[in-house]
Design a protein around this ligand. Structure first.
Ligand code: UDP
Length: 137
């Protein structure tokens, strides 16, 4: 069993599709081990995306991630990291496979509905960034 971190980004929260996105996870073998709706501070978003701080889109990414509440969750299941990435689809919704979350709910490469950890190592770091051990059940 693996755990991974998911974020339903501000665009999808504004569209009121939290439940529809969580259903994709639950219908495909992932279980919600922890979940909360939060407003990220600028410092939170900058720290969470620190790996991208030299990238040209960093400023816009931070602005977008603090533009409204997000839903962060820990998803658990077999191959949860890869399974979540598969369900999410490609970063750019124009390139995302039909039936993926980004194909169905994302607007653009920056407002792309969801985040998912890209490796087991990053999943552990990202889960610890948002959740205390006692919140993961
Ligand atoms: N992003 C962006 N412009 C780009 C590339 C990425 O705004 O040209 C944003 C987008 O929200 C993406 C996030 O930066 O989800 C992280 O990028 P990454 O390449 O890690 O994609 P992901 O792992 O989210 O598919």
């Amino acid at each position: 069993m693996e755990k991974t971190l998911s974020i339903i980004k501000p665009d999808a929260v504004k569209k009121n599709v939290i439940g529809k996105i969580i259903d994709r996870f639950e219908s495909n073998g992932l279980r919600v081990a922890a979940i909360k709706k939060i407003q990220l501070s600028r410092a939170d978003a900058e720290a969470f995306y620190a790996v991208h701080k030299e990238r040209p889109f960093f400023g816009e990414l931070v602005e977008f991630m603090i533009s409204g509440p997000v839903v962060v969750s820990v998803l658990e299941g077999e191959n949860a990291v890869a399974k979540n990435r598969e369900l999410m689809g490609a970063t750019d919704p124009k390139e995302a496979a039909p039936g993926t979350i980004r194909a169905d709910f994302a607007e653009s490469i920056d407002a792309n509905a969801v985040h998912g950890s890209d490796s087991l190592e990053n999943a552990e770091k990202e889960i610890a960034f948002f959740f205390a051990q006692r919140e993961i059940l």
